[in-house]
Design a protein around this ligand. Structure first.
Ligand code: SF4
Length: 486
């Protein structure tokens, strides 16, 4: 199992095919979330919305898109990080408040959402969802600033954490990246229209031109007069999510001004320099391990082989036949290519190890295919801490590198050796000369405080699994739990 992002957002201002292009944009961002998808378009003052559970192709039909008129639209694909997987949590959210209609799409996690939500509920606010995005909407609705831009800024000055946001309303499309810039957000042009997307691969599909990134702390307002930016937040250091470059983003995207594919090649080359070993073939774990494997093979001079073949037609939930007499597990998705592996010393390259349970099964599969030796090489450092900024990672106790040494992880995987990329090597490959990246899942050095609500634990704060939360919730949480039981 890999850490999972996350969300993808897309917006367009000033194009007669706004909803159709948003649909295509979301299609390109599908890797950032597969649980739900939604589009909101605006025609005049009227917002039109459609959201549903499932893939973009399952949620939208030509008929549905035909009911989303207007020259501007925003869209969202979601994998739940905070808040349960449920249609009420699907985005974009649409609300009616005293200034009219407003739609919002959010990628990231707020780290003080719980405390703000408690305060707002105490003042009488009623929440429709369990999403921290809704906190932002309530704060906007509470603001009495005269313009939407200023109401949004007032709201965001109260929240902490990771957010790349798109808002649609009052004749404007507003794009915002949090002051640390955790999650990516790019600005492009398509003819006279402006487009915004989590990743530039969305621009390529619709023929838009990548213009630049929305900068950390930037509030970009696009309306009939064109785009205008302000930077209203207190300046802080950048904390760009390095995992976007290692694994999350598509290799054909430009993220944080860097080509993702080129970075991953460099990670593989660096890995080969740090952990050389005599072997016959280098094998990627498809698909995400590919670019680093190419880098490793080029640097080491050892040939790359497609030792694992992936079935690309597995749905999100494969149902094994009832009469099945055995558990198929990882074999449903991957199969070892015996001709490429038998009798060979194999270097198996992947981008990360989380729990190592899937990795162990893959190693067994390769061993059963006749490999003479298996050396695992990982193009990132050991993941030792959970992410609280919009990436779904297990809790610390479930991260194998948090509780095991490298040799112990290798023994668990049953590999002959294991080598992780060093943190210094990673820094060098992403060109982090100005300390602009977040590495907290490797170091525990969180750039934005997590326990901003001291009486509620991290578990509760981020809506983690309830049985774990029960064990760890603080005094106020226990009180609440008792109340709910009584
Ligand atoms: S903790 Fe890791 S996954 Fe989360 S934002 Fe930082 S680098 Fe990215």
């Amino acid at each position: 199992m890999k850490p999972t992002d996350r969300c993808g957002i897309f917006g367009i201002f000033g194009h007669p095919e706004a909803a159709n292009l948003t649909y295509l944009g979301l299609y390109s961002l599908q890797h950032r979330g597969q649980e739900s998808a939604g589009i909101v378009s605006v025609e005049g003052q009227m917002l039109h919305s459609h959201r549903g559970m499932g893939l973009v192709s399952e949620v939208f039909t030509q008929e549905v898109l035909g009911k989303l008129p207007g020259m501007s639209a925003i869209g969202h694909v979601r994998y739940s990080t905070a808040g349960a997987s449920h249609i009420k949590n699907a985005q974009p959210f649409v609300v009616e408040y005293y200034k009219g209609g407003l739609a919002i799409a959010h990628n990231g996690n707020l780290t003080n959402a719980r405390r703000i939500r408690d305060d707002l509920e105490a003042q009488g606010s009623i929440f429709q969802s369990t999403m921290d995005t809704e906190v932002i909407i309530h704060l906007i609705a509470h603001s009495r600033e005269p313009t939407l831009r200023d109401r949004v800024v007032t709201a965001l000055q109260q929240v902490k954490g990771a957010y790349s946001l798109l808002l649609l309303g009052e004749g404007q499309l507003i794009a915002i990246r949090d002051p640390n810039g955790f999650r990516p957000l790019a600005l492009g042009r398509l003819e006279d229209a402006y487009v915004i997307a989590s990743e530039t691969c969305a621009f390529d599909l619709i023929g838009a031109e990548y213009h630049r990134d929305v900068e950390p702390g930037e509030v970009l307002v696009i309306d009939e007069k064109g785009p205008r930016s302000i930077r209203p937040f207190e300046k802080t250091t950048n904390s760009l999510c390095v995992f976007e470059l290692i694994y999350f983003a598509r290799p054909d995207s430009i993220i944080f001004d860097r080509g993702v594919y080129a970075v991953r090649l460099a990670l593989g080359r660096q890995l080969a320099r740090e952990h050389p070993i005599k072997a016959d073939v280098v094998v990627p774990i498809p698909d995400s391990g590919f670019p680093a494997t190419i880098g490793y093979a080029r640097e080491s001079g050892i040939p790359l082989e497609m030792g694992l073949i992936r079935n690309h037609y597995i749905g999100r939930t494969f149902i094994e036949p009832e009469q099945s007499i055995r558990h198929f597990g990882v074999k449903i998705k991957l199969n070892a290519l015996k001709d490429a592996i038998r009798g060979k010393r194999v270097i198996l390259v992947d981008d990360s190890i989380v729990r190592a349970t899937t990795g162990r099964k893959i190693v067994r599969m390769i061993r059963n295919a006749g490999a003479e030796a298996i050396h695992a090489r990982i193009s990132s450092p050991p993941i030792t801490h959970p992410c609280f900024y919009g990436i779904d990672t297990p809790m610390k106790k479930d991260l194998i590198a948090a509780t095991h040494t490298v040799d112990e992880v290798s023994a668990y995987l049953t590999t002959d050796s294991l080598g992780y990329l060093s943190l210094e090597g990673l820094r060098e490959c992403v060109g982090d000369n100005e300390h602009s990246f977040c590495y907290a899942c490797f170091t525990g050095d969180y750039p934005v405080p997590i326990l901003s609500c001291p009486e509620v634990s991290q578990m509760e704060l981020f809506g983690f699994r309830s049985q774990e939360a029960e064990v760890r919730i603080g005094p106020r949480g226990r009180e609440r739990k008792r109340e709910s039981e009584s």
